[in-house]
Structure formats: structure tokens, C-alpha cells
Design a protein. Structure first.
Length: 602
């Protein structure tokens, strides 16, 4: 079901919007009255030599001008307030929507595209809303009003006006049809340019180390040229409109002046009426110029609106849902088991958990990434962990280790099978509630601009100084933090600039520990640590009452774990202790021999 995301803002701001439009129309009425009053001033006052009429009509023009000024000031204030607040709320709502998307939903958009939609596209809607309450409504009203006023001055003007307006309408229609698809291409080209720039900035050190400057310049130049060409193509269509429109309007003015001179000579029209007609034709031309700009803006706004709507209509993945009301459909199209059957099984399983002590249990888990047609990333994974146990996951590159971590964090839902936590299917539990009980330290540590204290406390904003100290000590980060003159107040830049790889990993581990999670997932996050520091971290983790999943490439890291899961090509190659797997699992034995160099323990 498509979401009308604009409905919320219309309901909130419609009264102010209508009030703003009302002031715009009142201002337009004042503008339309001026040429008519001027005609009376010339014909009834100046031409007749009547000074009282000149003063009376002059005073009327001044009064109408003052009223128009007040109306314009009021509608400008309202337009600015409404458009700015509307855009601010829309940006916030869109940011919240992006946060609520599942990993599959995020994968459906390029990161550069989401940035463009959050900034440029919303700015287009903001400018349109602002212009709509200032000149965009006024222009067609002035145009139509000027046509009516000019025609009612003298019926002889109608044959001059009608052909001009008909020609302009035809040009406008053709212009819109040609411009719309071109502006869509322009926005897509802007997406590609933003993505190119973002990729370069994210990998700037890699570019420098490989000296790939020319290659990156070529990529940027290609994206930049694509945007330039798309913009020129879109604006070329609109560039033809204004000159043609001005040509027809000026042609009408010239025709009116030529015919008006003859009509004045024969007494069929007065001088003031000719002056008013020229003024109205000028109003018409100015209005058509604004309408031309409006069409330009409308074409871009329509494209931006559709792109924003795509985000709001994307399927949410992290929305709060009642555990009892969450009915997930499996990706193969089959419905989940009957809810009553689930409740019965859940009740039985809870009683079994009391005996078995199982905390995390995976039952036949398989997973395939959206759009993937090859081999599943995971297939038929089943194992159980007791509360407080440590599971080491090891396997060749691409075996599915990080994918399994993503499923445990519910970044993705299994294609088949089910994950149980304390005997309850994870899919029946609220995502936000589950994530409040777990923590993950990813492969590439992500730190935010700010102090080290702020980065650690990011995992638990309510953490005390003692808790932060304890987490830093357990993560073996306290040493380098305390040795710094600024201590915890030491500033780090974007992505941890100013810290080494090992320091960033230890701060990330401390951030997870200060959360006091029920389940901690460490996704190959000790790769930059030396053996002694890694052993100290593992020893500290063992003292915490939590279940730990440790993903790594190193046998020495997993050999002390309570259980070890060996993955190969997304399938289980073995599950057990270090000694069991070394004797029974050929994949584990090969990894062991390649790293240790023999069958004996070290």
C-alpha cells in the first residue's frame, strides 16, 4: 500500500497554507486593479482636464498599492514559516524512515542516492512550497485575471488575445512533456555523482596508497560530465519556451498598438484603455515567465516527490511490532506456522529450556540475499548455546560468518528456519527490545566525531564514570586512554581519525561492553590486536555473564571457546570443541595445520 507522506503535513499546515494563498490572491487583485484605475485616471481625469478626478483616482491607486504591500509582506512571512518548518519535519521523518528500513531495504538504495533524497530532493519540495505561497499561485491568477480585464476593457481586444494565449498554452504543454523525463535523468545523474564522491572520500587512504588519482579523476569526470549533459539537455527544452512566449506576447502588444491607433482615430477606443491593455499584456508576459519557471520547478519537484515517496513506501524492517501480532511470511512464499501451534511449541520449549539451559538455538537456518540467484549464503545451520557460553565461528573467507552475525542481530530475517532465544522464536520478539539486549562489534570499527568518552558512552548513554572505566579496562583500552594528556576527553575525528587500528577496535569493544549485553557478537574485531592483548580481552570477556559469539579467522582465537562452529560455503562443516574438531573435522584440521604448522597443541 502506497503511503501519502504529504498528507500529514497538509493536515498540519493547511490553515496557514490557505491563509497564505488568500493573501496572495488579495495581492493579485490589487495588481489587477491598478491598470483599470490608471485607465480611468487618464480617460476621465487627464484627458478631460479634471484635476479632482486625477487626484481621486491617484489616491485610489496609492491606497491599492499600500494594501498590496501589506498583503505581500504577510504572505511572504507565512510562506517562509510554513516551507521551512515543513522541510525540517520532512527531513526528520525521512531520516527516521531510513533508520526503520531493514538491511534489505537499505540495500535497495545507493547511499549517495539516499543522501541526495534527504537533502536536494527535500529542498526542491521546500522551494516549491515556498514559491507556491508567494508567486506560483499568483501567476496563473494574474494571467487569467489580466486576460479577463483586458477583454472587458473593449471587446475589440479579444481577437488579439485569444491566438496569443492559445499559442502559449501549446508551447507550455509540449515543454512539460519533453522536460519531465529529462529532469528525472538529471536527478539520477546527481545520485551517481554523490555516490562517486562519497566512495572516494571513504577510500581516500586506499586511493593515495595505490596512487589511483587518475583513475578516480576519470570516474569523477565521467559522473560530472553525465550530470552536466543531463542538466543541459533538460534546460535546453525550457530555454526554448521563454523566448517563444515573449515573442508571441510582444507580437500581441505590437498588434494592439497598431490597431489601437486606428481605433482611437475612429473614436472606438480611448488612450487610457490602450495604456491599460499594454499594462495587462505586460502582466500576462510576466505571469507566463513565472509559469515557465513554475513548470521548470514542477517537473523537478515531481521527480523529487517520486524519489522521496520511494523511501517512505519502502518496506520497514525495524518497526515496533507486538510479539503476538508479528506474522512473518517466509521468502519462499510459505506462511509461518499457525500461531496457536507456535504458542504451544513455545510453551513446551520454555519448559525444555529450564532443563537444557539453552539460551540461543538455531533450527535449520538458511538465508539467501535478496536478488541472489546463486548458492545461499547460509544453509541448514543448527546448533544451541547455553547462557554464558562462548561460541567461536571460523571458516574460509566467504563462508557466511558475518552473515550469521547479521541474522543474530536481526539485520536480516532467515529465509528458512528459526532462531530461538530462551525458547521463544526471535521473529516473535520486538526488534528494538531484542537489540536493547545485544551488542555487536563489527569488522570495521566505526567511531563518531567527538571524545573517546562520548564514543564509549554511545553504547549506554546512562553509563557512569565507573562503568566506562570498567569497560575500557576489560577492552584493554584504559592504558592508552589514561596515557593521553586529555584522557577520556581526547578528541577523535570522523571514523576514528587520530587512533590506530587496534585502538579503534578496543574503543569499539568497550562501547559494546558498557551496554552489559545479554549476547555479544564480535565480528573479527580483534584482527589488529597482538596475541597478548587479544588474550587479555578474551579473559576479561569470560568474566561477564553473557553469551559471546566470536567470529575470527584465527585458530588461536577460537581454540579456548566453549563451542566452535566451522563454516564452509555457507554450510556447517563441524561443531564442537577444539579437540573434537581437530580430530573429526577436516576443514578445521586444515585451517589448524596451515596456521599452527602441525597436529600438536601449542
Amino acid at each position: 500500500m502506497k503511503i501519502n507522506y504529504l498528507g500529514k503535513y497538509w493536515r498540519k499546515y493547511r490553515l496557514l497554507f490557505i491563509l497564505g494563498v488568500l493573501f496572495v490572491l488579495l495581492e493579485a487583485v490589487c495588481d489587477l486593479l491598478q491598470p483599470r484605475i490608471m485607465a480611468m485616471l487618464v480617460d476621465d481625469g487627464a484627458m478631460q482636464g479634471s484635476m479632482p478626478d486625477v487626484l481621486r483616482y491617484g489616491s485610489m491607486m496609492l491606497g491599492v498599492a499600500v494594501m498590496g504591500l501589506l498583503f505581500a509582506l504577510t504572505r511572504n512571512y507565512i510562506a517562509s514559516q510554513v516551507s521551512q518548518r515543513f522541510a525540517a519535519e520532512l527531513r526528520l521523518d525521512m531520516f527516521k524512515k531510513i533508520q526503520s528500513l531493514s538491511s534489505d531495504g537499505i540495500d535497495g538504495f545507493e547511499e549517495g542516492s539516499l543522501i541526495t533524497r534527504e537533502t536536494n530532493d527535500i529542498t526542491q519540495l521546500q522551494n516549491f512550497a515556498n514559491g507556491l505561497m508567494r508567486v506560483l499561485v499568483k501567476a496563473p491568477f494574474i494571467c487569467i485575471g489580466a486576460i479577463i480585464m483586458a477583454a472587458t476593457l473593449n471587446l475589440r481586444t479579444i481577437p488579439v488575445i485569444v491566438p496569443i494565449i492559445a499559442a502559449v498554452v501549446i508551447i507550455m504543454t509540449v515543454c512539460m512533456k519533453l522536460a519531465y523525463p529529462r529532469f528525472g535523468k538529471m536527478q539520477n545523474a546527481l545520485d551517481r555523482l554523490n555516490t562517486t564522491v562519497r566512495e572516494y572520500l571513504m577510500g581516500i587512504r586506499l586511493v593515495k596508497s595505490f596512487r589511483r588519482f587518475k583513475n578516480e579523476e576519470a570516474r569523477f569526470d565521467k559522473a560530472n560530465d553525465s550530470l552536466t549533459d543531463a542538466t543541459i539537455e533538460a534546460n535546453r527544452v525550457l530555454a526554448v519556451f521563454s523566448p517563444f512566449m515573449a515573442f508571441f506576447v510582444h507580437l500581441g502588444i505590437a498588434a494592439m498598438l497598431w490597431l489601437g491607433a486606428r481605433w482611437i482615430e475612429y473614436g472606438d477606443m480611448q488612450v487610457g484603455q490602450i495604456m491599460a491593455f499594454v499594462s495587462y499584456m505586460t502582466n500576462i508576459m510576466q505571469s507566463l515567465n513565472i509559469i515557465s519557471h513554475t513548470l521548470n520547478m514542477f517537473v523537478r519537484v515531481r521527480t523529487s516527490h517520486q524519489r522521496i515517496a520511494e523511501v517512505f513506501n519502502a518496506e520497514p524492517g525495524d518497526a515496533e511490532e507486538s510479539p503476538a501480532g508479528h506474522m512473518r511470511q517466509y521468502s519462499d512464499g510459505h506462511d509461518p506456522p499457525d500461531s496457536r501451534h507456535d504458542k504451544h511449541n513455545a510453551s513446551d520449549r520454555v519448559s525444555q529450556i529450564a532443563d537444557s539451559g539453552h539460551h540461543i538455538e538455531l533450527c535449520g537456518i538458511s538465508f539467501r540475499y535478496k536478488g541472489s540467484t546463486g548458492q545461499p549464503a547460509l544453509q541448514s545451520i543448527s546448533f544451541a548455546l547455553k547462557k554464558g557460553e562462548t561460541l567461536g565461528i571460523i571458516g574460509p573467507t566467504g563462508s557466511g560468518k558475518s552473515t550469521l552475525a547479521a541474522l543474530l542481530m536481526r539485520f536480516y530475517e532467515p529465509t528458512e528456519g528459526e532462531i530461538h532465544v530462551n525458547g521463544i522464536p526471535l521473529s516473535k520478539q520486538s526488534q528494538s527490545e531484542w537489540r536493547s539486549r545485544v551488542a555487536i562489534v563489527p569488522q570495521s570499527p566505526t567511531l563518531f566525531t567527538g571524545s573517546i568518552r562520548e564514543n564509549i558512552a554511545w553504547g549506554n548513554p546512562d553509563a557512569s564514570d565507573e562503568q566506562i572505566d570498567r569497560a575500557a579496562e576489560d577492552a584493554q583500552a584504559y592504558g592508552f586512554i589514561s596515557s593521553s594528556p586529555d584522557g577520556y576527553e581526547r578528541k577523535v575525528g570522523r571514523s576514528g581519525t587520530g587512533l590506530s587500528g587496534g585502538q579503534k577496535q578496543r574503543v569499539s569493544i568497550a562501547r559494546a561492553l558498557v551496554r552489559h549485553p545479554e549476547l555479544l557478537v564480535l565480528d573479527d574485531c580483534t584482527s589488529a590486536l597482538d596475541v597478548v592483548t587479544e588474550a587479555a580481552v578474551k579473559d576479561a570477556l569470560s568474566k561477564h555473564p553473557m553469551t559471546t559469539v566470536l567470529i575470527t579467522q584465527r585458530v588461536m582465537t577460537v581454540r579456548g571457546c566453549d563451542k566452535i562452529l566451522v563454516l564452509e560455503n555457507g554450510a556447517m562443516a563441524g561443531f564442537g570443541t577444539h579437540e573434537q574438531l581437530r580430530d573429526s573435522c577436516s576443514v578445521y584440521r586444515d585451517i589448524y595445520r596451515s596456521q599452527i604448522g602441525g597436529d600438536e597443541d601449542v
